[in-house]
Design a protein around this ligand. Structure first.
Ligand code: UD1
Length: 361
């Protein structure tokens, strides 16, 4: 059996097309869930929306410190793999579960492929940057989304024949589900018209865990919301911080700002695909905005996805109020970047992943 390991929200939309492609190729494949994310809205709804089968195994590790979470995934997977040795394991993205699974495979001599290999922000204060570098250092096969990723891996000394550029697997999911998502017309449920609102997501520890930074970003967003309504599906980490720092009331009073629970895949895609502007600190949303041709302001100083800035619709605006407001104004005045779609982000990445793994494992 070949397993794909998923743990947190951004993993599910990457695993879904991989599972389908293995099934089409007649190769036994199953999903293993670490349980890093466990809330209905962050986990189960994605399996339902994407038509993914229930995981063959759910470790149920839950939340904790980085060491607790990483350690629990490693213990659980080591036990599972000892009882039932996989033909190969795929890990996706850059969450703690990704790195934990890759290390277990390396120690047990199990062939491991990393999907979304080679992305680097150069920012070692991001837990994901550590996860990315460690995962790539120990994985056998490095499946990359873009040429910058290939270059990063080669410059770190990875063997050229371990690197295969396959494109962006998350875009397979976006292309497959866009018509269904559009038909949901989720904006209307918020009383909004297509093209007449912005969408905000915010969950990076560096943006939400420091009260002054969180207040500054949300202050700028509230100003934007005064002229363009902003829908803000709020990650649990961020919601806790908003409540703990007393920002809740202020945000509720802000005209045009709509806070809601995290949305499922289809509902969220419906919302973003009709937006005039996206504001985010997510990695995946930078890519999705580029493919949808919607201007994206990334609330970070760096990105591990530079191609979205070079040829896509993404602009790095950091967390400075004036910069956020100036770039939002520019995008709304029509100067937002239209951008182009990177090569191989064509909806067929999962087939290339399956071909690469099947040829080697
Ligand atoms: C994790 C990933 C991050 C990814 C994000 C997407 C790491 C290091 N971080 O961040 O890369 O962009 O997922 O959402 O792997 N919580 C819930 N319900 C859940 C899960 C978490 O309420 O189902 C709350 C808990 O308070 C938890 C906190 O969110 O302590 C953080 O969860 P965690 O999985 O540690 O990291 P994320 O911030 O979600």
């Amino acid at each position: 059996m070949i397993y794909t390991i998923v743990g947190a929200r951004p993993n599910f939309m990457k695993a879904a097309p991989i599972h389908t492609a293995f099934a089409r190729a007649g190769i036994p494949h199953a999903i293993v869930h670490t349980g890093q994310h466990y809330d209905e809205a962050l986990s189960r709804v994605f399996f339902d929306d994407l038509g993914m089968p229930r995981p063959a195994l759910d470790l149920g590790v839950g939340s904790g410190t980085h060491a607790e979470q990483t350690g629990a995934v490693m213990v659980g997977l080591e036990r599972a793999f000892a009882a039932d040795v996989p033909r190969a394991v795929l890990v996706v993205g850059d969450v703690n579960s990704t790195m934990a699974a890759a290390i277990v495979c390396a120690k047990m001599g199990i062939y491991c492929a990393h999907v979304e290999a080679g992305l680097r922000s150069g920012d070692w204060s991001m837990p994901e940057e550590v996860n990315r570098a460690v995962t790539d250092a120990v994985a056998d096969l490095l499946l990359t989304p873009s040429a910058d990723a290939d270059r990063n891996l080669l410059s770190e000394g990875c063997a050229a024949d371990a690197i295969v550029r396959v494109g962006n697997v998350m875009i397979d999911t976006l292309r497959a589900h866009l018509p269904r998502a559009r038909a949901l017309e989720v904006a209307g449920r918020f009383g909004l018209r297509e093209g007449a609102y912005a969408v905000l997501t915010l969950h990076r520890p560096s943006n939400v865990d420091e009260p002054a930074t969180l207040a500054r970003i949300l202050g700028a967003v509230a100003e934007i919301a005064g002229s363009l309504p902003v829908v803000f599906p709020t990650h649990p980490r961020t919601r806790k911080q908003i409540q703990a720092t007393g920002l809740q009331e202020k945000l509720e009073r802000a005209k045009g700002l709509v806070l809601c629970e995290p949305l499922g895949y289809l509902q969220f895609l419906s919302l973003t695909s009709g937006a005039r502007l996206v504001l985010t600190d997510s990695g995946g949303l930078q890519e999705e905005s580029t493919v949808l041709g919607i201007p994206c302001l990334t609330l970070r100083d760096n990105t591990e996805r530079p191609i979205t800035v070079e040829i896509g619709t993404n602009v790095l605006v950091g967390t400075n109020r004036d910069k956020i407001l100036a770039e939002a104004k520019r995008a709304l005045a029509g100067g937002g970047r239209r951008g182009a779609v990177p090569e191989l982000w064509d909806g067929h990445t999962a087939e290339r992943i399956v071909a690469a793994v099947a040829a080697r494992a």
